[in-house]
Design a binder for this molecule. Structure first.
Ligand SMILES: O=C(CO)[C@H](O)[C@H](O)COP(=O)(O)O
Length: 226
């Protein structure tokens, strides 16, 4: 296993320490979340009584594979805890997410949760957001015009592809990857992008993270947002 995967596994497995009997859990997306799901499945088999709401079809598949019971928003609108990955985390605990294309469902799930824990390998810690191209989910119709409007905010959006076809999110939308390179004012940028017609959601997750678990080579570091 590569070192980065060891770090993801360490962070993912540590996160389940925060899950308690009776909780409803937001289940994030991505390869780090995979390890959390695997460990959670083991604990459920040992008797842990929880339910989860997945933020992607892929995570839903892992839940079924590992025996993690699921529920949905028709049964509960507030979650006790959400555990999710990230593509960048800055010192203020602001995030870029959406590398896997699940940002809309992730933002709905994470916003509905009382607490959000982010699990990452240490490469995700950055001084400033923006080196990772910001994913923006847009409706398919007129996406070229939407991209032009976003470009006026200081980047050249790139339509995410899946082989020769555009990547389509679990919500049936396209993703524009927006290389801003340096994001100096994340709140302002988020507001500006969201005001563009055709934009569904941005991958900026601001002011919602309570705890970050960083997988390192031989340990995990837990960073608390005080
Ligand atoms: O936002 C996400 C998916 O939309 C993921 O959480 C993010 O891309 C991190 O993924 P990984 O744990 O595989 O590095």
């Amino acid at each position: 296993m590569e070192q980065i995967d060891v770090q993801k596994k360490m962070a993912g497995k540590k996160a389940v320490d925060y899950i308690k009997d009776g909780m409803t859990i937001g289940l994030g997306s991505g390869s780090t979340v995979y390890w959390m799901m695997k460990r959670l499945g083991e604990l459920v088999k040992e008797g842990l009584d929880i339910k989860g709401i997945p933020s992607s079809l892929r995570t839903e598949g892992w839940a079924k594979q590992f025996g993690v019971p699921l529920t949905d928003f028709s049964n509960t609108q507030q979650l006790d805890l959400a555990i999710d990955g990230a593509d960048e985390v800055d010192p203020q605990f602001n995030l870029i997410k959406g590398g896997g294309g699940s940002l809309v469902r992730e933002k709905i799930v994470n916003t509905a949760s009382k607490k959000l824990i982010i699990i990452i390998d240490e490469s995700k810690l950055v001084d400033q957001l923006g080196a990772f191209s910001l994913p923006v989910e847009v409706v398919q119709f007129g996406y070229e015009a939407t991209a032009l409007q976003i470009s006026k905010l200081g980047c050249e959006p790139v339509l995410r592809m899946n082989g020769k076809e555009p990547f389509v999110s679990n919500n049936g939308n396209f993703i524009l990857d927006c290389p801003f390179r340096v994001i100096n004012h994340p709140e302002q940028l988020n507001d500006d992008i969201k005001s563009v017609v055709g934009v569904v959601e941005t991958g900026l997750f601001l002011g919602m993270t309570d705890l970050v678990i960083v997988g390192k080579d031989a340990c995990v570091e837990v960073l608390e947002n005080s």
